[in-house]
Design a protein around this ligand. Structure first.
Ligand code: C5P
Length: 234
């Protein structure tokens, strides 16, 4: 909730939203699901919505930004948290999409389109509606703490070196049976960092007051404990 009084903007902080921002491969998704299971909350994987946009552009051949925005506006889009498989999915006009969005070509196209204000504006409400006050939400992305849920009382920013992140991504892809060229993966990661950190609108950066954690040499349990320690202090 945002109250505007004169020139001051006062945010009423909300305890049952935790935002997790950071570049790809820092462990945001794993942390999000670990916390969601522990707290019984939902997960918003906002990157999946941007991947959907990338998919519409690459696979459904929606060529212009206005075609994509029109498609998004007239579609029924529901975000689903699948705690059993630790993944988020999207119900798009009664069809479940998820797996087909998780490849590096779509991620790169998503990053290119995520620079566009029209695209970002078109999915703000879908993201904010993922918060059910009765349930609680772990929001994973790039601008969760800065733009989408500035009212979250705990904002986490994860970081790790590009090399560590490329290795983690390679392992994830190999587990899914995909072949990986390490050098190309590292380049793609650096290219996406560049796009995400240097764009004019909602660039990737820690929100004010974020808990910043470098996950390069930490296990997921260690990261989880750091976050929970801070959550319990709220
Ligand atoms: O998180 P994931 O890697 O699936 O995100 C794909 C791309 O979507 C990111 O590289 C980024 O450009 C964009 N994105 C974004 N804002 C978010 C989440 C993702 O710009 N909140």
């Amino acid at each position: 909730m945002i109250w505007v009084t004169g020139l001051d903007v006062i945010l009423k902080l909300v305890k049952n939203i935790i935002t997790i921002d950071g570049p790809s491969g820092v462990g945001k998704g794993t942390l999000a699901f670990t916390l969601a299971e522990r707290l019984g909350w939902n997960v918003l994987d906002s990157g999946l919505l941007y991947r959907l946009v990338g998919y519409l552009s690459l696979e459904e051949k929606l060529e212009s930004l206005s075609e994509i925005v029109l498609f998004l506006n007239k579609s029924k889009i529901k975000l689903l948290t699948n705690l059993k498989d630790s993944i988020c999915e999207i119900e798009l006009n009664e069809r479940i999409v998820g797996k087909e969005l998780r490849n590096e070509d779509i991620a790169l196209r998503a990053s290119e389109l995520a620079k566009e204000e029209e695209i970002r504006n078109a999915i703000i409400t879908i993201q904010r509606n993922a918060y059910d006050p009765e349930k609680g939400l772990i929001a994973d992305g790039r601008d969760m703490g800065t733009v989408i849920f500035p009212e979250a009382s705990l904002k986490v920013f994860l970081q790790a070196s590009p090399e560590v992140r490329a290795e983690r991504r390679a392992n994830q892809l190999k587990e899914k049976g995909m072949s990986v060229i390490m050098h190309d993966l590292l380049e793609l990661i650096k290219q996406r960092d560049e796009e995400d950190m240097n764009r004019k609108i909602s660039p990737l950066k820690p929100a004010e007051g974020s808990l910043i954690i470098d996950t390069s040499n930490l296990s997921i349990q260690e990261v989880e404990e750091k976050v929970m320690e801070n959550y319990k202090k709220l």
